[in-house]
Design a protein around this ligand. Structure first.
Ligand SMILES: *Cc1c(COP(=O)(O)O)cnc(C)c1O
Length: 366
């Protein structure tokens, strides 16, 4: 039985719709990697993986522990671990995860482990830095990488990839095209020296939208699956995947001069009806949304959040809304609402979604 009142509903059909939306932008042979890191962008990685697994070729996660969770839930699609550490190598192999090797330290540690076990043709991925300056080899490292790889048949390079720094920003088009061209040059060098041709990929969601000519063998779709694209027009064609719901725990009617919440931040200037809702900053509702910066929806009407956001609850002004204790509260159920929250918090929808705490019960709607 579900005895939780604050729940995050994940809409399986919306996720599939969004996947289809990006698929129709791709060549029929282009593979899809679904990014399910950070609990599937704050939703539920295993559930997202189950929803899309028959329609994608790869999954990717940031850390090996996230990949292990998928394997333990029975997901057997290939999983690329984007940011593994040397300490994770044994687990990576035990759970058949595929590491991104991004510098000589982890590359050599992995090759040494592969020799020692020994592994046979174990799939690895090699990342190149083309301008994000976050993770990845330099193009000048190619000769050393090739010579190490030629010495072993314990690993096989499954893919060569890179990541764009500003794919969503058309003001950075020149920089991005340069990244893509540098990547193509790196791939050409590797292809001509390695003796076989690994898959190649560079695009994330907004890359697919702005630079479809660079889809190569595979694209990596994260935020797009969860309903967000580069422009309002594109986002409008996607479906909302995350709906956060709660209820009214209690209603207070207060007199002019009385206050609501910590620090007495809201002061009533007239008789005011306030609703207390069991979701707070510990659940990912930023304190920046207090003091009427954010709103929830109660019986179809917007109710501003008044006073300071507490750890475990918020209060909303329902003076003009017909409602009672126990009524449903929509914290958000639309991408525009999430974008509004992000704007008010000076962040991006990615952070609003991934901030949703594990305390909130997840419910998949099929
Ligand atoms: C997170 C991530 C992605 C997904 O990006 P979106 O903008 O969410 O599509 C793709 N590639 C790498 C390397 C990432 O870290």
């Amino acid at each position: 039985m579900n005895n939780h009142v604050t729940v995050l509903e994940i809409d399986a059909n919306a996720v599939l719709h969004n996947l289809q939306f990006f698929k129709q932008k791709l060549q029929p042979q282009t593979k899809i990697l679904a990014v399910v890191k950070a609990f599937g962008y704050g939703s539920e990685a295993v559930e997202i993986a189950k929803i899309v697994k028959d329609h994608v070729d790869y999954f990717s996660v940031a850390y090996s522990s996230e990949g292990i969770a998928l394997r333990e839930a029975g997901i057997d699609t290939p999983i690329l671990v984007l940011h593994p550490q040397i300490q994770n190598i044994e687990d990576i192999v035990r759970y058949r995860l595929e590491p991104n090797l991004y510098n000589f330290k982890i590359f050599e540690a992995f090759l040494a482990y592969a020799d020692q076990v020994p592994l046979m043709n174990y799939p690895i991925h090699i990342k190149f830095n083309t301008g994000l300056n976050r993770l990845g080899f330099w193009h000048t490292d190619i000769p050393n990488i090739i010579s190490e790889l030629k010495k072993t048949n314990h690993v096989v390079v499954q893919s060569i990839f890179s990541h764009l720094a500003a794919s969503e920003d058309l003001n950075e088009q020149e920089f991005t095209v340069n990244q893509i061209n540098n990547f193509a040059y790196i791939v050409k060098q590797i292809y001509s020296h390695l003796g076989y041709e690994p898959m190649i990929h560079i695009l994330n969601t907004s890359g697919v939208v702005h630079y479809p000519q660079a889809q190569f063998d595979m694209v990596r779709i994260g935020i797009g699956l969860y309903g967000f694209s580069n422009t309002p027009n594109e986002t409008a064609q996607l479906k909302n995947t995350h709906t956060l719901k709660s209820i009214i725990s209690q209603i207070h009617v207060i007199q002019p001069g009385e206050t609501v919440g910590y620090n007495r931040a809201f002061v009533a200037n007239k008789v005011t009806k306030s609703a207390t809702i069991p979701v707070g900053h510990a659940d990912g509702i930023s304190r920046r949304l207090g003091n009427k910066n954010g709103f929830v929806i109660i019986n179809g009407q917007p109710a501003p959040i008044i006073g300071n956001v507490c750890m475990d609850m918020i209060m909303a002004d329902v003076t003009k809304i017909e409602c009672k204790e126990g009524d449903e509260v929509i914290v958000f159920n639309h991408q525009q609402h999430i974008e509004y929250m992000a704007h008010k918090c000076e962040t991006i929808p990615y952070e609003i979604l991934t901030a949703l705490s594990q305390r909130i019960k997840r419910l998949v709607k099929r």
